[in-house]
Structures are given as structure tokens and as C-alpha cells.
Ligand binder design. Structure first.
Ligand SMILES: [Zn+2]
Length: 290
């Protein structure tokens, strides 16, 4: 069953008012009773991107709109890699979403191509995805039948247009380092999580060659690269009052060349099993309970 996003769960992306009412179409959507902002709903996509964005956020939006409009989308190619799979399984384990347990609400920030979301929706969880790019979300809905009924919210991760304490679980994969101040996004994700809910945030390490290359190619998009160190994020999470904090390391090897994958799998397993080698991981996953 899909998550039902009701007007009382929304906040106005412009004035943050909770006076939101549904509006039957056309155009269908929601209207802010305080400032008059109209939030359009087309299929599963709810467009709640604020009217004004910071300079870096505008750069990110342009970058991801372009990627989502391209036929050979990097988002799609990434979605099919083994490293994507490793991340998915790590998130599923931490959030307790595997097996035959009760179905939970799952909120993802930086939903992109919708790959993780579609997998969680397929196994019966109540998924809601947020992404800055509405174009990416339309594409995710078209390409993943499992997301046909899942609310996909276009919005700013540093001002999530949702009220507090909504979800059982919250996660994001490599999204915080796109924010001018990653801690703004981190606090927002904790805010929308229910008390007792579980979160996990995955971020690449700044010193990994591909991340540094990405930063020098698009410094305005990879703007928070040097602000997502595990220690810094954990300190901020402690200040949010969350508990059971931990860091999980995963992904130690690249995706190519293909003939090396069996060797990479072996290296990944050895690194995961030997704690001193965890320092070599590409991805750090901060997790805990609100
Ligand atoms: Zn408003």
C-alpha cells in the first residue's frame, strides 16, 4: 500500500505555513492559505520547490535537470552498478526493512532515479521520495512501475516541505555533500523522522579520487564535499539528541573494469571483515535512532 500524503502533512515551501488545503484540478494540487503559493500535483509528483533558491541550489537543480533530461542518464547507469546494490543492502539492514517484518514508512532525500525507492516499494514498504529535480522524479515514476502510487516530492532538502515526526525511517545516499551546509539537510531529515525512528545517511569520503575529481569538475554542485566528514556529522547528530549513533563503512572498490568484479567482491568482503581496513572505505554511513 502506498503512503498517503495528506494536506495536513505539508508545509508551504515558501512561507513554511501549515495552512495547506487540497485543490481539485485542473491544475490539481495544494494551496497555501497564508501566502497563496500553489503546489502542483501531476501523477505521483508534487512540485514543492521554493520560489527562491540559494545560488548553489540553483546550480544543483540545473545539473540534475540536465542529467534527468539526457537519454543516457548517469543516474540510470549508476543505478545498475554493484556498488549501488551494496549500498541498498546496507541501508535495508540498518533500517530493518528486510525480511518479513512489519511494513514501514520510508522517506528518502535525493531520490534521483528512484532505484532504491522502487525496491523498497516493491517489498511492501510505504515509500516517499524527495528530490530537488521534478524532472528526475517524473522520470523515476515513468521508469519504475513500483513507484506509480508513491508520493514523489520535488523540494529543497534544507527546507523539507513536510511537518515534523512523519516517518518510521529516513535515509539519503550521497545527497548531503551537494548542500552548501550539509548539516541543514541532516537536521531536516531528523526533524521529519518519528521519535524512535531509524535514520541512515551515506556520504563519500572527500579524499577518494573520484569525489575529488567530481569536486574540481563541478565545485558548485559538489559544494559540501569537505563538510561531510563523519566526525562533523556525528557531532551535529548528537546535538539533535539522537541515540545509538554509529558509522558503517562500505564500498571499497570501483565498478569497472567488469572482468575485475569477482576480485573486487573478494576485496570488499575482506575489508568489511577486518576492522583496521574500514578506514579505506569510499562510503561512510552514519546511522542512529531519534
Ligand atoms: Zn505559504
Amino acid at each position: 500500500m502506498a503512503f498517503v500524503l495528506t494536506p495536513d502533512m505539508l508545509l508551504c515551501p515558501d512561507c513554511r505555513s501549515d495552512r495547506i488545503a487540497a485543490q481539485e484540478g485542473p491544475p490539481a494540487g495544494f494551496k497555501c492559505g497564508a501566502c497563496g503559493t500553489f503546489i502542483e500535483r501531476r501523477g505521483p509528483v508534487i512540485n514543492a520547490v521554493p520560489k527562491t533558491l540559494s545560488g548553489n541550489t540553483t546550480a544543483n537543480l540545473g545539473h540534475y535537470e540536465e542529467m534527468a533530461n539526457s537519454s543516457d542518464s548517469l543516474l540510470d547507469r549508476r543505478a545498475k552498478t554493484r556498488n549501488h546494490r551494496i549500498k541498498f543492502e546496507t541501508i535495508m539492514g540498518i533500517l530493518g526493512l528486510g525480511g518479513d517484518g512489519p511494513k514501514k514508512s520510508v522517506f528518502e532525500v535525493g531520490a534521483g532515479a528512484g532505484t532504491h525507492g522502487a525496491e523498497f516499494a516493491r517489498i511492501g514498504h510505504h515509500y516517499v521520495g524527495l528530490d530537488l529535480s521534478a524532472t528526475a522524479l517524473y522520470r523515476a515514476a515513468r521508469q519504475n512501475a513500483a513507484l506509480a502510487d508513491a508520493p514523489l516530492l520535488a523540494g529543497d532538502a534544507t527546507r523539507i516541505p513536510l511537518r515534523d515526526n512523519l516517518f518510521d525511517t529516513v535515509f539519503c545516499v550521497a545527497t548531503l555533500h551537494h548542500l552548501p551546509e550539509p548539516l541543514d539537510g541532516l537536521r531536516e531529515m531528523v526533524r521529519v523522522l518519528k521519535p524512535g525512528g531509524i535514520f541512515c545517511f551515506m556520504e563519500p569520503r572527500w579524499c577518494y579520487p573520484t569525489q575529488l575529481y567530481g569536486y574540481f569538475q563541478h565545485p558548485d554542485v559538489e559544494v559540501g564535499t569537505f563538510k561531510v566528514m563523519a566526525g562533523r556529522l556525528l557531532r551535529a547528530l548528537r546535538q539533535c539528541g539522537v541515540s545509538e549513533l554509529g558509522v558503517r563503512c562500505c564500498v571499497y572498490t570501483p565498478n569497472s573494469p567488469l572482468f575485475l568484479i569477482p576480485a573486487y567482491d573478494l576485496v570488499d568482503r575482506v575489508c568489511a571483515a577486518v576492522p583496521p581496513l574500514h578506514a579505506l572505505s569510499v562510503v561512510r554511513c552514519m546511522h542512529g535512532v531519534k
